[in-house]
Design a protein around this ligand. Structure first.
Ligand SMILES: C[S@@+](CC[C@H](N)C(=O)[O-])C[C@H]1O[C@@H](n2cnc3c(N)ncnc32)[C@H](O)[C@@H]1O
Length: 170
């Protein structure tokens, strides 16, 4: 599976990753989460998660438990995080809609459902980006694993296109 998701090493200090999920996405999903393995270290995010790991904890090295919210660091690390989520199989991952990337195609094969949002999401800037406007270079897709998360993601369907994957597909 690692080949499909890519084998990039972790570069957690990259500043461009400090863009955060807006609250309306969680309100629309109607879900709370047990953990967020990649959370900002210097401000409170909007993520409704009981446990939040930051770059100083290294969320990739931690045990993942329960329903996970994943909006991973962008760039070469994305595939590593999405692979971990695909192995965990309980939660929702928000990623750039890079449909040609090997990690994206692997997530399409692994997830129970996907939602492609219409338009561009305005993400919340972290401190280092606070004077910048959210200029997302791609659309947003969310993948879900597990019954509750599929039901939650279905509620985002009116903001884009929701697809539930056929059971037992290869
Ligand atoms: C795209 S932001 C998303 C933040 C939050 N999860 C959200 O949805 O709003 C990714 C976050 O992961 C953090 N991060 C980067 N590498 C990490 C690591 N190895 N372990 C935990 N967090 C990390 C970054 O500092 C950044 O705050």
């Amino acid at each position: 599976m690692s080949g499909m998701f890519g084998d990039a090493r972790v570069h957690p200090k990259h500043k461009s990753v400090e863009w955060y999920t807006p609250a309306w996405i969680f309100a629309a999903l109607g879900l709370t989460f047990d953990m967020d393995p990649c959370s900002p270290h210097d401000m409170e995010s909007m993520v409704p998660a009981a446990i939040k790991y930051t770059v100083f904890d290294d969320g990739l090295k931690r045990h993942w438990a329960g329903r996970v919210w994943l909006n991973p660091p962008y760039g070469p690390d994305t595939g590593v995080w999405v692979k971990r989520m695909a192995e965990h199989r309980c939660g929702i991952a928000l990623v750039f809609s890079r449909t040609d990337a090997s990690w994206f195609q692997a997530a399409m094969r692994s997830a129970d459902a996907v939602c492609f949002l219409a338009g561009r999401v305005e993400f919340i800037p972290g401190h280092e980006n606070k004077h910048k406007k959210s200029r997302c270079g791609a659309g947003t897709a969310l993948f879900s694993w597990g019954f509750d998360c599929v039901q939650g993601l279905r509620k985002l369907g009116d903001r884009g296109v929701f697809l539930e994957m056929p059971k037992g597909r290869a």
